[in-house]
Design a binder for this molecule. Structure first.
Ligand code: PLP
Length: 416
């Protein structure tokens, strides 16, 4: 067995791997870099106190200890949790669903791996069906998830320039150019990396396309409402029987419990149950047990609205003012931050590649994510993809400020 060949297989240009390695190195370093890369949520004192009190209560409860540590749940999750989660989504989103519409996975990253490979690839008609990403740039974590090659096809948005050094992507759906054989449509909303929130009208256009093509519409709601609710406007999420909604506990401040929640038609949920049984037997029970009481009492929705949402809205305002100051005079713009906790910086005419900028910043002790990873499936030549970087502003304010100052200086050098 030549294990060295495995190395070649796994060390391709895999953005997710680079990002996670940067995170791991940062954690292990004696002098950690300024971490504006990665997707870690903020440390919010109220949330940490809430989780600590839940853990203490769990430690005192024989039933909770058994449920969280001593049991394999069913491959779809624990029935009582599924029922209460369905109740929460019925009440707060108005979705007409029951426990048969929900599957729990080991994080929503795993849910997308299941879903993409369930729908995409070679179908019984002998044709290769791909996942359509209508609003590129999209979440880089999707890029390497297809078991088949060439799993994504994407379209470019229009770019609307806004005041205050901002811009916004608008859906520029070219229905005629969408390949005939698509397996599903997928968007993140709020979008990672841009912080964009697709408008209601844009969502309806995509729901209509999914219905016309008779394919599912996957909506990645990792940052959306009703939890964690990192949304800076009142965008609602319409319900359609054709939609599959993916939620997560991670951005509440719980990435360690690896809990994703998929809501969709019972047939899809049963397929996910089967895939999870084969791959994992069952999902982690720690996350569901930790939040179950908060789901039942509605506290999860309350803290998302009253603690998490205002925390990030205020953090975004503070960080945006810093960013605007550091970028003054540079031909750089940020995407209008409407949700999630990233700035997507577009440096027009950047004389070096986004990867080279990432490397220069890393040498100066700042980790960001180069933008070119966020365009899976986009075949059109677009210089934009090498002119953007993603910055996570959820870290401690002083570190974000220092990081932004260094980014401003390194960009000034690059444009000189
Ligand atoms: N989807 C989006 C848009 C994300 O940003 C992330 C994580 O950063 C995930 C999915 C995966 O989240 P998790 O597997 O932690 O639920």
């Amino acid at each position: 067995m030549k294990f060295s060949k495995l190395g070649q297989k796994l060390s391709g240009d895999t953005g997710t791997l680079q990002l996670m390695q940067d995170l791991g190195e940062a954690l292990a370093a004696d002098t950690p870099p300024l971490m504006l890369g990665g997707g870690n949520p903020a440390r919010i004192a109220e949330m940490e106190a809430l989780f600590r009190s839940r853990l203490l209560a769990m430690a005192q409860s024989e039933d909770d200890i058994y449920r969280s540590l001593g049991l394999y749940d069913g491959s779809r999750g624990e029935q009582r949790f599924l029922e209460d989660m369905a109740g929460l989504l019925r009440e707060h989103c108005g979705w007409p669903i029951g426990p048969e519409n929900i599957a729990v996975t080991n994080g929503s990253q795993t849910a997308f791996f299941y879903l993409f490979n369930l729908f995409a690839g070679e179908h019984t008609d002998g044709r290769h069906h791909r996942i359509f990403l209508p609003m590129s740039p999209e979440y880089m974590g999707y890029a390497d998830q297809g078991l088949a090659d060439n799993v994504f096809v994407a379209q470019q948005p229009t770019v609307e320039l806004l005041d205050g050094g901002l811009f916004k992507y608008r859906l520029n759906l070219d229905v005629a150019a969408v390949p005939e054989h698509i397996a599903a449509i997928c968007v993140t909303r709020p979008t990672n990396p841009t912080g964009n929130v697709l408008t209601h009208a844009e969502l309806l256009q995509l729901i209509e396309l999914a219905e016309a093509r008779d394919v599912p519409f996957l909506i990645d709601n990792a940052y959306g409402a009703p939890f964690p609710n990192i949304l800076f406007n009142d965008a609602e999420l319409p319900y359609s029987e054709n939609c599959i909604y993916c939620l997560s506990l991670s951005k509440l401040g719980l990435p360690g419990v690896r809990t994703g929640i998929v809501v969709g038609p019972p047939e899809v949920v049963q397929a996910l149950e089967a895939m999870n049984a084969v791959v994992s037997l069952a999902s982690n029970s720690m996350g569901p047990t930790l939040v179950h009481e908060l789901v039942r009492s509605d506290q999860l929705v309350d803290v998302s609205r009253d603690v998490i949402k205002p925390f990030y809205a205020s953090r975004m305002q503070v960080a945006l003012a810093m960013l605007q100051k550091e970028l003054e005079g540079l031909p750089c713009r940020a995407h209008k931050p409407e949700g999630a906790f990233f700035f997507w910086l577009w440096c027009e005419g950047l004389p070096i590649s986004a990867q080279a900028l990432y490397e220069r910043l890393k040498q100066r002790g700042v980790i960001v994510v180069p933008g070119h990873y966020f365009f899976p499936g986009l075949s059109s030549a677009w210089s934009h993809r090498d002119e953007c970087i993603r910055l996570n502003y959820s870290g401690p304010v002083a570190e974000v400020e220092q990081g932004l100052r260094i980014i401003g200086n390194v960009l000034r050098d690059a444009y000189r």
